[in-house]
Write a protein that binds this ligand. Structure first.
Ligand SMILES: [Cu+2]
Length: 169
């Protein structure tokens, strides 16, 4: 299931790029070649094809927005262990859960369990706490910090491609 999500995400990105690219090409062609405009008009594709490209592009853009903005899994609450708020985060094609909720002013321990071999996810960054750590494959790496103020603190992979949020309340 997790794998399907990952593949779906890549497909959505590729689809968006293709949709945007073909849309841009279609839109810019006549402007870039004003001299050959007549030629283009004669060879022009039927309206249905254009509408299809536009509709497809819009659909893919919508899919992309949904993917990144609305399909986020629900935030997970931490559990308390000897005064430390503990949470395990699976690192596999992203972060699961990608949103966690903790109490401000109390120490937090995030246990990152990296299952994904891709080098993209080998580093974890928490810029708000000046933390940068390597995640060993198939091992749990504990990251500890204390969010003193309520707010949202993000954690990302080394290249900021994957992102998660710690919400301190
Ligand atoms: Cu990355």
């Amino acid at each position: 299931m997790r794998h399907k999500r990952k593949i779906g995400g890549s497909c959505a990105i590729v689809g968006l790029l293709l949709g945007t690219a073909s849309g841009l090409v279609a839109a810019e062609m006549p402007m870039q070649h004003p001299a050959s405009q007549e030629k283009f008009e004669r060879l022009e594709q039927p309206l249905e094809v254009k509408l299809g490209v536009v509709t497809g592009g819009l659909f893919l853009i919508g899919l992309e927005l949904w993917w990144f903005l609305l399909s986020q899994p629900k935030a997970k609450q931490s559990t308390l262990d000897e005064g430390v708020q503990m949470l395990t985060i699976q690192v596999d094609g992203g972060y699961l859960p990608s949103q966690v909720v903790v109490k401000a002013g109390q120490p937090v321990q995030l246990n990152f369990f990296r299952r994904d071999p891709s080098s993209c996810l080998e580093k974890i960054l928490l810029p708000d706490f000046r933390i940068a750590a390597d995640l060993a494959l198939n091992q749990v790496t504990a990251i500890e910090f204390t969010p003193n103020k309520p707010g949202e603190y993000s954690f990302t992979c080394g290249m900021h491609m994957f992102r998660g949020v710690v919400r301190a309340e």
